[in-house]
Design a protein around this ligand. Structure first.
Ligand SMILES: [Mn+2]
Length: 341
């Protein structure tokens, strides 16, 4: 098996760093998703087996539907344990930064991340900041969990991937690849999935744990968003969903409840763009998805604050909701005209 996300030089540096027992911390991005947690916990299970002292430290508590992941109960979160989180990150001998590539994505842990002396970046997002001593950056990898697998394989630790680690890594792979359907899914992705299955991951269980985990409020919010708050623009092959903070309050919004909502707009026959704009307490957030050659990361970077992948990107704006929606609609025609589909 080959490990495309694990270049020899970086693997050698990491091998040297981990050659004796260390105090290791693993940090991932704010609002951790399946890949953030899956890559972090997957790596954590293996580092412990190698004899390191290891902690997963989250900038905030993960959504409830990820709490089942093996090892989650031993992770700590900055929003519930600030000083302990910061201390563990600051005092770590090696800090892994997984699934993000700019220190501010660690939110409240940003200064602790900057202060940590030896940082190892493992990430698949575009345009990484240069803040880590050892950097694994592969924008072609469908998930950070896939990169962690490659790195563990290149280090010769594949045999240390037990059922728990395999379950975590498979979760990252599955969630970030859209259940193995996004264009980022490669033959290698499926080889890694197969290997993780052989190490104990059970796809049926993991899919159920992630997907069949709705609350009634979340499903009602989805129905409401599609029925009352989705604008379909057939001439633009675009669907736009806008939710106000009152909408969220009405359905007792919990973090993660609107995860994946934007994809419904893209599932309309013929659509090439879907947008979801949501009003949060201090910011308006945008989430864009597209098909084919329509780089929504460019659109967000040009007109809002944000970025991401060509077909899946996110951003925000510190303006009133109405102004964000107006700006989106204003800039949309020129963007679509630039990339005729
Ligand atoms: Mn990811």
């Amino acid at each position: 098996m080959h490990f495309p996300s694990a270049p020899e030089a970086q693997v050698a540096s990491l091998h040297a760093l981990l050659s004796s027992p260390r105090n290791v911390a693993i940090v991932t991005h704010f609002n951790p998703d399946g890949d953030a947690l899956g890559s972090s916990l997957g790596l954590w299970h293996v580092l412990k087996k190698l004899g390191h002292t290891a902690h997963v430290v989250l900038p905030n508590t993960a959504p409830l539907d990820l709490h089942w992941m093996p090892g989650y109960s031993e992770a700590i979160a900055w929003d519930t344990a600030r000083s302990e989180s910061e201390r563990i990150v600051c005092e770590s001998e090696i800090l892994f930064c997984l699934d993000f590539n700019k220190p501010d994505r660690a939110s409240g842990l940003e200064s602790a991340v900057r202060a940590a002396k030896t940082k190892v970046l493992v990430d698949h997002h575009r345009n990484p900041d240069d803040f880590a001593q050892v950097a694994f950056s592969d924008i072609t990898a469908c998930a950070t969990a896939q990169m962690v697998f490659d790195i563990l394989g290149a280090l010769g630790h594949m045999d240390l991937i037990d059922k728990n680690a395999a379950t975590c890594l498979y979760t990252g792979l599955m969630t970030d690849s859209g259940s193995f359907r996004f264009p980022s899914t490669t033959p290698h992705t499926l080889h890694v999935a197969a290997e993780l299955m052989a190490h104990g991951a059970v796809p049926e269980r993991i899919y159920e744990a992630i997907m069949d985990n709705n609350t009634e409020d979340r499903l009602r919010l989805l129905g409401y968003a599609l029925q009352e708050r989705m604008e379909v623009m057939p001439d633009k092959r675009t669907a736009l969903i806008v939710l106000t903070k009152e909408d969220l309050g009405r359905f007792n919004f919990q973090p993660g409840d609107t995860e994946g909502l934007v994809n419904y707009g893209l599932s309309i026959r013929g659509n090439r763009l879907a947008a979801f704009i949501v009003e949060r307490p201090d910011v308006v957030k945008l989430s864009l998805r597209s098909k084919g050659n329509l780089p929504v990361n460019e659109f967000l970077a040009s007109h809002f604050t944000g970025g991401g992948h060509a077909n899946a990107a996110g951003g925000h704006a510190q303006w009133p909701l109405a102004r964000v929606v107006e700006k989106f609609k204003q800039e949309l025609p020129a963007f679509l005209a630039k990339y005729p589909g």
